[in-house]
Design a protein around this ligand. Sequence first.
Ligand code: FAD
Length: 403
Amino acid sequence: MKVAVIGAGAAGYFAAISVKAHHPNSEVFLFEKTNKVLAKVRVSGGGRCNVTHHCLNNRLLAENYPRGQKFLKTAFDQFNVSDTIGWYESRGVKLKTESDNRMFPESDSSESIRKCLMDEALNLKVQLSLNQHIMSIDWCAKEWVLTFGKGEEKVDCIIVATGGSPKRQGLKWLEDLGHQVVEPQPSLFSFNMPNEPIRELMGVSVQQAEVRLVGSKLKANGPLLITHWGMSGPAILKLSAFGARVLSDKNYDFSCQVNWLGNTNEHELREIFDNVLKEVGNRQIGNKNPFELPTRLWEYLVTKSSISLSKPWRDLPKKELNRLINTLFNDTYEIRGKTTFKEEFVTAGGVALDDIDPDTMKSKVCPNLYFAGEVMDIDGITGGFNFQAAWTTGFIAGKLGGR
Ligand SMILES: Cc1cc2nc3c(=O)[nH]c(=O)nc-3n(C[C@H](O)[C@H](O)[C@H](O)COP(=O)(O)OP(=O)(O)OC[C@H]3O[C@@H](n4cnc5c(N)ncnc54)[C@H](O)[C@@H]3O)c2cc1C
């Protein structure tokens, strides 16, 4: 049996290796349009490659995918985070878990992952062809004909692992075969706030904020970073991922509200203020910050609430206290545009999951055609989830329908 895998990224490599592992007598061709393999793996995670996320519960793991949640929940039954850890460790690449549960190779170098995948493919005799841009594929007389620049190849099965396409045109060849395509849109971006003075605090961060999209139920928690352009950090990126479609529809012109105290509720907050009044009521508000907020941010929020920093706590009228509470909990910002997050950019959209069987990754539209990785309408938030989707779907696609 001859199998062609199109695209030598994370999903394509994993799929090609999986075909050989499950079908040792097959002949596997791995076609790559550029002269480089695993290019994103190399630059990923700031050169360290955030391979996966230490989440061993498949249901919770799937919740980190704004698109593809249900589909991946099924797929994780066949290959999940434990399998990824075991797969790499059994090939000599130990992974370590950081405090936020992101997993990296112990070497802190993406080269360990690249080398592992390249060595494995080489050992299994996967035939790599660089500089082969697959222009079209056609099903003729019970086989697939792949057409590329200088020729064509006939194979029995194809696995498409061409990655995310920022433009719909890049998916036209798959659409022409009868697949539905979900309009590609960027995911994982920071918010631009050109008119917001908070940008003067660039570099300031809080560990646990909650950001809400005004006029919707969308919200996200986590660290938040104030940048030269506006806001970034895990909470913002998560909101950008879950809100990718809504925010695109709004042309990235919207409002969000920040709760700077993340997990604290209003009752707890009022108790904290009561204690401050009792214990240090004579201290100036600007000098006595009762929260773990950076001083500059605290001063900014107090001033934004039209309260004098030099006022003693005990002289704070109820009306002003309520204003401060409102700023801490519902601080509103106007967003005008986005900046793509350079560290881990992904595309939302791609081949519609309705046209793919989650148990096999097989196309429901064409015979002997499978998909793996970001070419599908699957994307995760930051933290290693996107590679986990590539390993899982690549592994399953490589079974070629077998269990
Ligand atoms: C800078 C950056 C850092 C990232 N860091 C992380 C991280 O640390 N952790 C994480 O989980 N995710 C990370 N991601 C996301 C992750 O890299 C992707 O989700 C993942 O690479 C998708 O794998 P893939 O194999 O589906 O696609 P890709 O890695 O994009 O591979 C697709 C391959 O197909 C080739 N190709 C495309 N069309 C054709 C064609 N017609 N013919 C032949 N070849 C073709 C492309 O050249 C490419 O090599 C990062 C992304 C970026 C951009």
